[in-house]
Design a protein around this ligand. Sequence first.
Ligand code: HEM
Length: 445
Amino acid sequence: MSSSPPGPKGEPLFGSSRRYARDPFRFLSACEQAYGDVVQFDMGPIETYLLTDPEDIEQVLVSEAGKFAKPEFQDDALGDLLGKGLLMSDGQTWRDQRQLANPAFAMGRLTDFADDIVTHSDELLVGWQDGDVVNVEQEMTDVTLAVIVDLMLDTDLSDDRVGTIREALEPLGARFEPDPVRFAAPEWVPMPGDSEYGQAIDTMEGVIDGIVEERRGSEGDPETDEGPDDLLSVLLRAQARGEQTDRQIRDEVMTMLLAGHDTTALTLTYTWYLLSQHPEMRRRVQAEVAEVVGDGRPGMASVREFDYIDRVIKEAMRLYPPVYTMFREPTEPVELGGYRVPEDGTLMLSQWAVHRSGRFWDRPDEFDPDRWARDRDRPNFAYFPFGGGPRHCIGKHLAKLEAKLILARTSQRYELEYTRESEPDLWPTLTMHPRDGMPMRVHER
Ligand code: HEM
């Protein structure tokens, strides 16, 4: 076993964090191309190991998942926001909560969702007029937020609350922009943006507390566990049985609210952009919708027939994975790709670097949905937009259903045209956003 993986040397104190912060996407791809499977660099004091070999990624997420936890450093700011909700918890707490939440995402329930998702799309489209330029990222955020609140919390958001959440999302995102000074400084050192972040959390908590209080009493019977099957009802029934604290409910609702809309909104945003740049593929999407649904209402049965749309969404998530990198920490020293990684090493599993690697993809930077029908022999974890193993995304099927239905419903009436000259500049926070939104002109068909 070699002792230390190759990687960029970095600078004193900062390591490679300043290079990373300048452009994480370029940095991750450059490391993958220059050094290959396992790349070691420092992010301030954090010893980081970038994994780009699908087999190593599978080892961490699936075959040896028990030896890896969510890293401590994520617990700081992210912990203040998401607490011990599903995304952040580990061990028995995670197992119990995941078991409780799973039925709310079951396939049978998804079938019932399809119609609600189409209704929410229609409500969005009421506000569009031929020739308008809209910020598609904002529009997709509004619709996916309405969907998640309806399906998981069984609540309708008033316009006021949507506006309040919208305003909180920006400072929440900004807190997770890579910042070399934050990497280097101890956590207690105050930084610009901290107070805005704290206020945004308070704002979100205010909205959540309001929703939880409104829903209390309508959750059904805790003893027989009969009642509505949305996640909040399930959690409230568990609380009535003494299995759930107020804080746990707040953490789960916050997690669902945030993890459950932004990523789907981004998938749609980048899909619209890519289709606008490839009119031939946009026509194929329109043709498929016309063939499967005509002028009718798309539903679960149509989604099963959307072969081309499936490829388009997959390919958009390959090129623009909303979660562009994930982190883990070994709970004991482990061997990965022939190297020994210490217990306190931080592992980076980067969708961005792997999804765009020439080692696994022909013409990796090209938008080519048909590649999903052609070449099938590639390693499993050369593509992992939803993570994998026991901690795979609980909302994966819902997100795919939602993206396809919103794409199809909107395509029946509108064509979207990107209005900037340049490619979208990418803004790295916890997820990958277009910087300054995604302006597009809507053309009625
Ligand atoms: C296209 C949309 C989505 C993408 C790309 C996405 C991506 C991911 C990824 C990569 C993970 C794994 C994180 C890790 O292992 O560190 C994850 C976990 C998770 N996602 Fe999603 N997600 C999407 C949609 C959703 C939706 C719609 C929901 C909720 C309704 C959701 C809720 C969650 C939760 C709760 C977890 C943590 C699961 C656990 O650890 O048990 N996600 N997601």
